[in-house]
Design a protein around this ligand. Structure first.
Ligand code: FPP
Ligand code: K
Ligand code: ZN
Length: 450
């Protein structure tokens, strides 16, 4: 069968299942763009009907009907107008325009609540330039502006961390985002100058149970702990002393469901599961068998089961916890956990990457204005734009560990290799531990180590 025949068969099967087989198909139409997964997504029955109606089940029904309409249109439009079936592709030009505009135009008063997030905004808006295959860099003057801005947010020269903005309290999450920004723009001299001050500050936030405070007198959870480990690892100051008891504290965060909670005894969530799983890649490394070491610490099968259950049947995207709604940012928080497990399980994918891509491009992307949103009906924002683009990269690439054993840098986090799943990917591969393009954290580590 030729590819053309396969495509035609796919569409007519889909139309039949949708009860629209009366629509005729133009033999010259190009059906290549219809993802194979769409058939399954539109036709598979719900696993279990929810009998208890709550605000969440109602919201779920509404989201499903909106998304069903979007997906049916992908099929219908083509058959009606006998032209290209438009499975949206990434509009890189519009995305770059959205990023340029967001970085360069003054922000209006609606952005007032973003004031504690200056470091985050830099990371969310700069990182995508490097993840996109087409741009792959940023101009020197913007790099300098970003670096200057971060230096203004140093508290007590970094001995009290990096604040979310000028004169704000030093905060692990703002420090994490600021460090990622410096790493991606390659400002190694600033990073080098921060090694000692930030190490001392992290040690002051460390609790005897192994976790870290988010800031002086702040909360502690898997998020702050992951951020501390990433910061220390990138600055090449991840000492034994800094990591004492951290592994056993994280182990206690895995719940009966298989995912990880913020602190022991609470609900498993995609955000904390990402933070915990990524942390193991920074902490483990006493042997060259990561899977074995991981399984000695947590219930790996239960984690795999929990992660797999996050992909929604019709939507194709992920939710962040049981019985909740799809959200494009989980394309990264959950998608990254799936991608991190690829080299461990030696598989190409833990979930349906085409289905996720279908959600990202057709439901999350705003291809008119550029940028990505949580779900249809919401507005695009910086946060969802960065994490959804990272999620798109996860659908286009697969990770493995090198054949030859022996760890670089004493941590599995710097040992990934990537393989393109698609001949025409619009993104570069990423390193999911850091949420950065693959090679960027590795280059920084190499530089600071020498
Ligand atoms: C629930 O929000 C969200 C959380 C409980 C925390 C999410 C944590 C992250 C996304 C990870 C942050 C990571 C770093 C590195 C700072 P919700 O109830 O609005 O969403 P939901 O319905 O999807 O659970
Ligand atoms: K959410
Ligand atoms: Zn979200």
């Amino acid at each position: 069968m030729s590819q053309d025949d396969i495509n035609k068969e796919k569409v007519s099967y889909l139309l039949k299942l949708l009860g629209k087989s009366h629509l005729s198909l133009d033999p010259d139409s190009d059906f290549e763009d219809i993802p194979d997964s769409l058939t399954m997504m539109l036709t598979a029955p719900a696993i279990e009907a929810d009998t208890l109606i709550t605000p969440t089940t109602q919201a779920q029904n509404e989201v499903e009907s909106t998304i069903r309409e979007i997906y049916e249109d992908l099929v219908d439009e083509a058959s009606r107008e006998s032209r290209n079936i438009k499975n949206d592709s990434l509009n890189t030009k519009k995305l770059l325009k959205y990023l340029d505009k967001s970085l360069n135009e003054p922000m209006n008063e609606l952005y007032y609540p973003y004031d504690p997030n200056h470091g985050w905004m830099l990371y969310w808006l700069i990182n995508p330039y490097y993840v996109l295959k087409e741009s792959n860099t940023l101009d020197e003057s913007t790099k300098k502006l970003a670096s200057d801005k971060i230096q203004k947010n140093l508290i007590n020269n970094g001995y009290e961390g990096i604040g979310g903005g000028k004169n704000q309290l030093g905060h692990i999450a703002s420090t994490y985002a600021s460090i990622l920004t410096l790493v991606v723009i390659g400002d190694y001299s600033t990073l080098k100058s921060l090694q000692k001050p930030i190490y001392d500050w992290l040690m002051s936030l460390k609790l005897s149970n192994g976790s870290f405070l988010m800031h002086k007198q702040g909360e502690h959870d898997a998020r702050s702990t992951y951020c501390a480990l990433v910061i220390a690892s990138l600055l090449n100051v991840l000492t034994k002393e800094l990591c004492e008891n951290t592994l056993s504290w994280l182990n206690k965060c895995q719940t009966y469901e298989g995912g990880f909670s913020g602190i022991p005894g609470t609900e498993a969530h995609g955000g904390y599961t990402f933070c915990s799983v990524a942390s193991y890649f920074l902490l483990l490394g006493s042997s060259d068998d990561f899977g074995k070491e991981l399984a000695e610490n947590i219930d790996l099968d239960l984690l795999i089961s929990w992660v797999s259950h996050r992909q929604l049947q019709l939507e194709g995207g992920f939710n962040g916890r049981s019985n909740k709604l799809v959200d494009a940012c989980y394309s990264f928080w959950i998608g990254a956990v799936g991608q991190l497990l690829e080299p461990v399980l030696n598989i190409e994918s833990l979930f349906d990457k085409d289905a996720l891509k279908c959600y990202i491009l057709n439901c999350s992307q705003n291809s008119v204005k550029g940028g990505f949103r949580d779900k249809p009906g919401k507005s695009v924002d910086f946060y969802h734009t960065n994490y959804t683009l990272l999620g798109l990269s996860i659908t286009e690439h697969s990770l493995s560990f090198p054949e030859t054993s022996g760890l670089d840098y004493d941590s599995f986090a710097f040992n990934f290799q990537s393989k393109d799943l698609e001949s025409t990917s619009s993104t570069n591969p990423i390193n999911p531990v850091f949420g950065l393009p693959l090679g960027v954290a590795e280059a920084c580590k190499l530089h600071l180590r020498n």
